[in-house]
Design a binder for this molecule. Structure first.
Ligand SMILES: NC(=O)c1ccc[n+]([C@@H]2O[C@H](COP(=O)([O-])OP(=O)(O)OC[C@H]3O[C@@H](n4cnc5c(N)ncnc54)[C@H](O)[C@@H]3O)[C@@H](O)[C@H]2O)c1
Length: 248
């Protein structure tokens, strides 16, 4: 039988209902892992249930709500060996002068605060076992100022800082923390342009600089590798998985 990368591991996957999260949940299951799938959409989780079956657990809820974090930890039972913080939302491409408070608050609370709370909640179990792997999904928007509106750009830079700080504090205890930074990926993420100025400013850059659109499975492959022991000496990395965009 082929070697499976995550046999016997319990892995929490957020945003598992769609896009990169769904591809990751499927790949974790294919690699022998037990998936704790989390998404705000119960319908999407039902569809995933059809794909990865009864061995997985499914938690429908808004990760910005601390009650959802509690439900995820309860579903993980004895604790999680891996955590993939993938759920995230875009802004409306608002530049700084046009930021709406509700966009700022929602983007930061889903992309940053929820990631922090869930990671904080899984760490005691990982520390007790002296092992764990955490993978956060950042973005090429976390590496530059020209790939999104200001709220999303800020949130993805924060993902990088959170990844580095967590890796710094806990790698000596056997817990690895890394991020992947995707370029454009074909998913269901909504990215409406709410700003004429952003359209003018970003439009030409995006047309000129952005590489080919990736498939979610290409991101899942990198995430699963970072979750696995194959990446046993990798911690604190921000891995660009972006068709070479970071090199431009
Ligand atoms: N698609 C891209 O081009 C791209 C590029 C760079 C980074 N990313 C990042 O990849 C990650 C995954 O995005 P995707 O493109 O697969 O998007 P997607 O919309 O296809 O999937 C995201 C999933 O997360 C869920 N979700 C959103 N908010 C949630 C919440 N508050 N609580 C629980 N679940 C929630 C959604 O219901 C959805 O099923 C995000 O962090 C995104 O910022 C995407």
């Amino acid at each position: 039988m082929a070697h499976e990368l995550l046999t016997g591991r319990t892995v929490i996957v957020t945003g598992a209902g769609s896009g990169i999260g769904r591809a990751t949940a499927e790949r974790v299951a294919a690699e022998g892992g037990r998936v704790i799938a989390v998404d705000i959409s119960g319908d999407r989780l039902s569809a995933l249930h059809g794909l990865i079956g009864d061995d997985a657990a499914f938690v429908a809820g808004d990760l910005a709500d601390p009650g959802t974090i509690d439900a995820v930890i309860a579903a993980a039972g004895d604790g999680a060996d891996g955590l993939a913080n993938i759920a995230g939302i875009m802004d409306g491409f608002e530049p700084t002068a046009e930021i709406r408070d509700e966009t700022w608050d929602r983007v930061l609370s889903v992309n940053v605060t929820a990631m922090m709370r869930l990671t904080r909640a899984v760490l005691p179990g990982m520390l007790a076992r002296g092992a764990g792997a955490i993978v956060n999904v950042g973005s090429e928007a976390g590496q530059r100022g020209s790939a999104a509106g200001t709220p999303y750009t800020v949130s993805k830079h924060a993902v990088n800082g959170f990844t580095l700080s967590t890796a710094f504090f806990y790698t000596p205890q056997g817990i690895r923390c890394n991020a992947v930074a995707p370029g454009p990926v074909a998913t269901n993420i909504e990215a409406p342009f709410h700003s004429e100025w952003a359209q003018q400013r970003l439009g030409p850059i995006m047309q000129a600089a952005i590489p080919a659109i990736a498939r979610p499975e290409q991101l899942a492959a990198a995430i699963v590798w970072l979750l696995s022991d194959e990446a046993s000496d990798v911690s604190g990395a921000i891995l660009s998985v972006d068709g070479g965009w970071a090199a431009i």
